[in-house]
Every structure is written in structure tokens, then in C-alpha cells.
Design a protein around this ligand. Structure first.
Ligand code: MG
Length: 210
């Protein structure tokens, strides 16, 4: 699905870590997901949220985007992907929530997207709603990546789309945690891979949770 030019320009100038070709593949996969509730884990400033939210709005789906908004390890001061302009001067902590609010308002996507400010560990115990799309792009430590996969992929309905970002089979290219998630999903036999673009892997649930 093509983004209208204003949204495409907005997504392009929103801070984040998703190249346009991967975003296009994500939109294309999302357009094949059944209407329903979609969940994005790892919002940051809302770049991919614009892409997914626009497709959700067009498809009659609703997108929930979940993030504690204090950044991952690699976003903290002294790390490679730190952006000092995102520090809240009052708390001294990274805070991407104000940027996200601006992004969603500028995109006109405030009705199509619900913002959930929490850790995935806080949300997992009470989440019960079935999903037709899950985008895993949160914390990339093995512990949390495995937690997020286990806790939320179980809610994906058969036929549901599982997208995983930052998948690097070769450790020289990046962290391995998302790759381990993809391997697990395929090894368990509950997902099949339906697409790949850059570091984005697209899978589809082929059987219910055992
Ligand atoms: Mg990512």
C-alpha cells in the first residue's frame, strides 16, 4: 500500500530506524492482515507507527503501539544510537513520548492508534485480546525479545502476520536476539516465513498456539 505523499514525508522526517524499503514491505504485509487489533512493540518516535497506522486506518483495523518511551540500551547516553535532543531536562531521562504525540497528531492518526506507555512485562500478564498483526521491534536483548515473542505471539490468530525487525543472521551485522526469535517461530512450526526485506522478516501463523 502506498502512503499518501504528506504521510510519506512525515514518516521520512520522523526519528527512527527503519529504511523506506523495509517500511514499504511492512505496509505491504500489513495490508494482507485481517482487520482487527494490531500490536506494535517498540514505538520510539512513531516512524513505523505512521506506516502501520495508515494501513490500519485504511483496513478498518486499530493499532496499539506499546513502549515505555525511555529508549533501549543503545539509545542511552554514550551509546551508538543516542539522540541528546530526546532527553527530558526535568528528569534527565530519554523520553520519546512527546515526539510520538507530535507525530501522531501531524499524521492525523490519533483515532487509529492507541498509545500504551508501559513495559512489555507490565502488559503481558493482562493482555487477552486476539491479534491479527504483531510487529516486534522492542528491546533487543535476548531475554526481552524472547519474552515479547512468547507473551504476545500467543495472541496472534491463525493467518495473523508476525513482523520482526532488526533480524541479523550474521552477528557482524547486528544483535542476534531478533534472529533467535525468528528461528524459534519457524522451529516451533507455528509460523511460516512469507517475506523478507533488509532486516525485516515477515511470517504468518499457520497453526494455533499448541
Ligand atoms: Mg527496529
Amino acid at each position: 500500500m502506498r502512503l499518501d505523499p504528506a504521510l510519506a514525508a512525515l514518516a521520512a522526517r520522523t526519528k527512527g530506524f527503519m529504511p523506506e524499503d523495509e517500511a514499504a514491505a511492512l505496509r505491504q504485509a500489513a495490508a494482507t492482515a485481517a482487520p482487527g487489533l494490531w500490536l506494535e512493540i517498540g514505538t520510539y518516535c512513531g516512524k513505523s507507527t505512521v506506516h502501520l497506522g495508515a494501513v490500519a486506518a485504511a483496513r478498518g483495523s486499530h493499532l496499539v503501539t506499546l513502549d515505555h518511551h525511555h529508549g533501549s540500551e543503545e539509545n542511552q547516553p554514550g551509546w551508538q544510537w543516542h539522540d541528546h535532543s530526546l532527553i527530558d531536562p526535568r528528569t534527565g531521562r530519554l523520553d520519546t513520548l512527546p515526539s510520538l504525540r507530535h507525530t501522531l497528531a501531524d499524521a492525523g492518526l490519533e483515532d487509529a492508534v492507541s498509545v500504551l506507555v508501559a513495559t512489555t512485562q507490565q502488559v503481558a500478564p493482562w493482555w487477552t485480546t486476539p491479534l491479527t498483526l504483531l510487529f516486534l521491534d522492542g528491546n533487543h536483548t535476548d531475554d526481552v525479545a524472547q519474552h515479547d515473542y512468547a507473551a504476545f505471539s500467543r495472541h496472534l490468530l491463525p493467518g495473523g502476520v508476525l513482523a520482526v525487525h532488526d533480524v541479523f543472521p550474521d552477528p557482524r551485522d547486528g544483535g542476534a536476539a531478533p534472529w533467535h526469535v525468528v528461528q524459534r517461530a519457524l522451529d516451533e512450526g507455528t509460523f511460516t516465513q512469507v517475506g523478507e526485506r533488509g532486516s525485516l522478516r515477515l511470517l504468518r501463523r499457520i497453526s494455533p498456539v499448541p
